[in-house]
Each structure stands twice: as structure tokens, then as C-alpha cells.
Design a protein around this ligand. Structure first.
Ligand code: PSU
Ligand code: MN
Length: 306
């Protein structure tokens, strides 16, 4: 049995020529946003990557096949089919062996990107240490993946549904550098500040690319988390978001939602409690991350070519 990747022709060609490619996750499409905004966002993010000079490679598992680069039909399959799995590291082999459809989280997308030879990955926000993890032990496998897989992840930080200081402590333990792009603050997804700081900041793409490639040249395995704050004009009021989060967490507790269902549940409840305003911000920040990720991939490709 062969479980090799199905890399689409455009992506394979770009990789073989050393041109910049950016990986994109699919959990945000299947489980992180409602239809039809998810399909529309997936398309716009791919276009933003192209507009900034790189080739997009959205990653998912369809009928048990690991796909790198999706067609429009593939995206529709992910959003229209019933029972699309949410795949983290522990779920990948199951989905492949049972020929399931599955959307990949940050962790699973990193694994597949590395297999394909893609070193930059753009997402919205990463998973992390949940509030109350001292009792629930709910810590996203995204963090351990960042500790062991050589991919740079561009995100708008982490949602405040998480315990952000604990998430940053955990990343430190795993040896994952967190670098702010033009900021010294670790962003909290919908807002530009979380109250926590990043250890390092870079002001340009070339500075960022040099830092990331130096880490890999030193054989310090694992990723780099690039924290790119939401553009000011799309950021949300902290008090508004915090109230929505508190409500969502209380609902999750009351309904006994836990495990892999918790993050999608909280995301959808926060959306509800902000009357959709959070969704607009979400789309804006992913598009901004796409721009930064594509430019970063170009710089890294340039450094690798010399
Ligand atoms: N955070 C968001 N939006 C998302 C996710 C996280 O703001 O869509 C998704 C990502 O795919 C991430 C996953 O990798 O949720 C984390 O899930 P968990 O907490 O179950 O590890
Ligand atoms: Mn979890």
C-alpha cells in the first residue's frame, strides 16, 4: 500500500524549481467558518498568496488521499460533505486507512507541508493551552508540532479563548521561537495585543527569513511562530470579545463540550455572541497573514537560491 502525497501539478512544479509555495490549512474552512463564507475565504486567501508572488497549497485528506493543493471541487467537497473529520496528528493515519474526508489542523498541515517540502504555512490562529487546562489537560497538539516540525507558521497569534500566557510558556518549554512581525506584542487574533510580549521582533521580510533559515541551518528542529497582528482597522474591542468568550466558555462547560469539539464550538459561539462581527475580522486577518506569508516565502526562496 502506498500512502504518498498527491501534490498538484502547479505546486509540484514550483517546488521542483525552488519557487515560493505557501501551505494553507483546511480546518478553518470545514470547521472554523460557516458556509458560504468559508468557501469564499478559501478562494480569496489563495488569490492573496498569488497576488503576493507565491503559489498556494491548501492541504486536506479526501477519500483517504493526502492532497497538497486543492481544486474548487475539492474545497466544495470539504464544505458540503457530511462527517468531514478534524485531523490533528493522532487522526491522520485513521483518516487515510479508512479513506475518509478530513480537514487538517495546524498540526496536521505542518506535518504534510514538511513531507511535501513546503516551509511556510499561513493560518488564522493556532491552537494552544485552553483556559482551565490545569484541570482539563486540554493543550492543542499544534504546540507539540511546532516543537518538532520544520515549518514557519504565520498567524495572528492565538484567540483569547485560550490561556495566552500559558500557551507562550508552553512554546518556550518546547523551544519554539515566537517572533512578532513589526510588533513587540503577542497578538490575540481579533485584537493587536494580548497583554503578553513576544521575545523577538522583526521589521522586514528579509530579517524574518534570515532568522528562520538560521534556525534550520543550525539543525534546531521545530517551527517558528510568526505573530502578525490583525490590521488596526479590522481589530475588535477587547471588552466585547472577552464578554463573548466568557459566555462561550460557560456554555461549553454547561453542555459538557470537550476534546477536539471544544475549539470549533467556542469559535462558533463567539461568532454568535458578536453577531458575526468576529467573522469579518477573521477573514481580514487571514488575508493579511496570506500577504505576509507569501512575501516571507519569497524571501526564504531567495536565500535558498544563493
Ligand atoms: N483557532 C482559530 N481558528 C481555527 C482553529 C484555531 O482561531 O480555525 C483551528 C485550527 O485548525 C487549529 C485547530 O489548528 O483549530 C486547533 O484545534 P485543537 O484546539 O482541538 O487542537
Ligand atoms: Mn484540545
Amino acid at each position: 500500500m502506498s500512502t504518498k502525497l498527491e501534490i498538484n501539478e502547479e505546486v509540484a512544479q514550483a517546488l521542483s524549481e525552488g519557487r515560493p509555495v505557501v501551505a494553507l490549512e483546511s480546518t478553518i474552512i470545514a470547521h472554523g467558518m460557516p458556509f458560504p463564507q468559508n468557501v469564499d475565504t478559501a478562494r480569496r486567501v489563495e488569490q492573496a498568496i498569488r497576488d503576493n508572488g507565491a503559489i498556494p497549497a491548501t492541504i486536506a485528506v479526501l477519500d483517504g488521499k493526502i492532497k497538497v493543493g486543492l481544486t474548487n471541487d475539492d474545497v466544495l467537497k470539504l464544505t458540503r460533505s457530511a462527517g468531514v473529520m478534524k485531523l490533528s496528528r493522532r487522526d491522520l493515519a485513521w483518516a487515510v486507512s479508512k479513506e475518509k474526508h478530513g480537514a487538517t489542523t495546524v498540526a496536521a498541515t505542518m506535518i504534510i507541508a514538511e513531507m511535501a517540502g513546503i516551509n511556510v504555512f499561513v493560518t488564522g490562529g493556532i491552537g494552544g493551552v485552553h483556559r482551565g487546562a490545569e484541570l482539563s489537560w486540554d493543550v492543542s497538539a499544534d504546540l507539540t508540532e511546532l516543537g518538532q516540525t520544520n515549518v514557519a507558521v504565520v498567524s495572528a497569534g492565538a484567540k483569547a479563548i485560550l490561556d495566552i500566557p500559558a500557551t507562550l510558556e508552553y512554546l518556550e518549554t518546547l523551544g519554539v521561537p515566537v517572533v512578532g512581525f513589526k510588533t513587540g506584542d503577542f497578538p490575540a487574533f481579533y485584537s493587536r495585543q494580548s497583554g503578553s510580549q513576544v521575545e523577538y521582533r522583526c521589521e522586514s521580510y528579509s530579517e524574518l527569513a534570515k532568522f528562520i533559515t538560521t534556525k534550520w541551518d543550525l539543525d534546531l528542529k521545530g517551527g517558528v511562530l510568526v505573530a502578525n497582528p490583525i490590521p488596526e482597522e479590522h481589530s475588535m474591542d477587547h471588552a466585547v470579545i472577552e464578554e463573548a468568550i466568557q459566555l462561550a466558555i460557560a456554555e461549553a462547560e454547561k453542555q459538557g463540550v470537550k476534546g477536539k469539539a471544544l475549539t470549533p464550538f467556542l469559535l462558533s459561539r463567539v461568532k454568535q455572541h458578536t453577531s458575526g462581527k468576529s467573522l469579518e475580522s477573521n477573514v481580514a486577518l487571514v488575508l493579511h497573514n496570506a500577504e505576509v506569508g507569501a512575501q516571507l516565502a519569497r524571501e526564504i526562496a531567495l536565500l535558498k537560491s544563493v
